[in-house]
Ligand binder design. Structure first.
Ligand SMILES: Cc1ncc(COP(=O)(O)O)c(C=O)c1O
Length: 465
């Protein structure tokens, strides 16, 4: 009977875990297992640590979902949110109405953009930013007299969000299955994961050139005049913290330029210092037409995202708006005063503490400890940039073979890491690191010491099995 599964014995029916099981659907969760396992309720946080309802403290090595850039709990941001809620609470940006925090935020974002950008659209999430960008890519080509340019190319294993369009961009079959997605016209080119996908003897540059050639072949097969835009995260987050191989974006951007295809950089994970520059686009010399950003934009303390568009896109929007009488798009909470004020204050904090310098100061230690993991028998690959990195768990370092799924090695490692007081992001056979950007060198050592202990105990368990 389902009731036996959905009411765990260890909790009374009025307990929070029981109420959770009875009432809440969790994203990206095995719903069936949740009925017996119940939730791990997080109670509070401070600095890089999060504390659960049982009082157990963890180093949050993934900054939640790559987003808690300033760590957990923040008096200054709380005060700003409080003041906005006290003074106005809500108003919108529709029909020429405006709000000071939204104006200042947009203007500040344009000032720090990695390439010249013209205007900013505000939404509540990374998914909505990418969704909006999909609409704008279509709108743009309509304005340009090429409405047949509808196809969008993203990459296998990329992640751009969960809304209908942004998950269609995402190259994640598990997120498409039984939703009858992706939508038609959303195409996926190669996963640029050198370690796993390169051929024997192929250098990173050769691998990049092959992928760019494949992209060009896909564009030619589909018809260049049917392709609207190409999407990429500078460093792939939910694909497993995968860095672009040497020469990749140079080769890809040359192809996009050849066929006049718009380029959208998804900076939702990389933006605001993560890669050791303010933007991943700066780290990898990207020249996007649109940039989606969220997460660290507000240090994850308020739900807000920003889509930056260049003058080329804006001029097309202007023409369409003149033709149709209005730019017929919008969200109730776009530019919400509390969220915009928190984001603006977050950008002020980044400036005051010089977040980019801070990341650069500790990145060598982070990258050194990350690279050292490659010596462990369970680790096949370990690479990072700035304060983001991924390691790949393998059964055989020489052949790069992975453990059979039935061995549940990543799940055991995740459990061991949590037992050792560290939370990381497990993605298939990869483990992603993206700690809060306020992390110190001593905390980096503690994070890697705990993870290494988890690796050792998992290796010992496998040996004993
Ligand atoms: C690169 C990237 N783009 C977009 C998104 C979607 O953002 P959100 O969950 O705020 O909708 C994510 C979320 O993890 C992401 O990693």
């Amino acid at each position: 009977m389902t009731t036996a599964r959905t009411t765990p014995m260890m909790h009374g029916s009025n307990s929070l875990p029981a109420m959770d099981i009875a009432s809440l659907i969790h994203p990206q969760t095995d719903l069936s297992a949740h009925g017996t396992r119940g939730p791990n309720i997080m109670a509070r946080g401070h600095g890089i640590e999060i504390v659960d309802a049982q009082g157990k403290s963890y180093i949050e090595g993934a900054a939640g979902l790559w987003c808690a850039s300033l760590g957990f709990g923040n008096e200054r941001l709380a005060r700003v949110a409080y003041e906005q809620m006290r003074d106005i609470g809500y108003y919108h940006l529709y029909r020429h109405t405006s709000l000071a925090p939204a104006i200042e935020l947009a203007s500040r974002l344009l000032a720090i953009a990695p390439v010249p950008m013209s205007k900013v659209l505000l939404q509540c999430s990374g998914s909505e930013a990418n969704d909006t960008a999909v609409k704008l890519a279509w709108y743009y080509w309509h304005a340009m007299g090429q409405p047949q340019r509808r196809k969008i190319i993203a990459r296998t294993a990329s992640y751009h969000g969960s809304t209908v369009a942004s998950v269609s961009l995402s190259g994640k079959p598990d997120m498409h299955a039984d939703f009858a997605l992706p939508l038609p016209g959303f195409l996926h080119t190669d996963f640029p994961h050198y370690y796993r996908e390169h051929r024997d003897g192929e250098s990173e540059e050769e691998f990049s050139a092959r992928l760019a050639k494949n992209l060009e072949a896909l564009i030619l097969t589909e018809g260049p005049d049917t392709v609207a835009a190409f999407w990429a995260e500078p460093v792939m987050g939910a694909g497993g913290a995968v860095l672009p191989p040497a020469g990749y974006f140079e080769a890809v951007q040359a192809v996009l330029g050849k066929y006049d295809i718009l380029f959208v950089a998804d900076e939702v994970v990389c933006g605001f210092g993560r890669t050791g520059a303010m933007w991943g686009s700066t780290t990898y010399s990207l020249k996007p037409d649109m940039i989606s950003s969220a997460k660290a934009l507000s240090a994850a303390m308020a739900p807000i995202s920003a889509l930056l568009v260049n003058e080329r896109i804006y001029q097309a929007m202007l023409r369409e708006s003149e033709k149709l009488g209005s730019f017929a798009h919008g969200y109730t909470y776009a530019g919400h005063p509390m969220a915009a004020a928190v984001a603006l204050e977050t950008l002020k904090i980044y400036e005051e503490i010089d977040i980019v310098r801070k990341v650069r100061q500790v990145a060598p230690r982070f990258l050194e400890r990350l690279a050292a993991l490659a010596d462990h028998p369970l680790v096949g690959d370990a690479r990072g940039v700035g304060l983001i990195g991924g390691v790949e768990i393998v059964a055989d370092k020489r052949t790069r073979a992975v453990f059979p799924a039935s061995a549940r090695v990543p799940a055991c490692l995740d459990e061991a890491a949590r037992r050792n007081g560290v939370i990381l992001r497990f993605i298939g056979n990869r483990v992603a690191f993206s700690p809060p950007m306020i992390i110190t060198e001593a905390e980096i050592d503690e994070l890697f010491d705990r993870f290494t202990a988890a690796l050792d105990s998992t290796a010992a368990m496998l040996k004993a099995a």
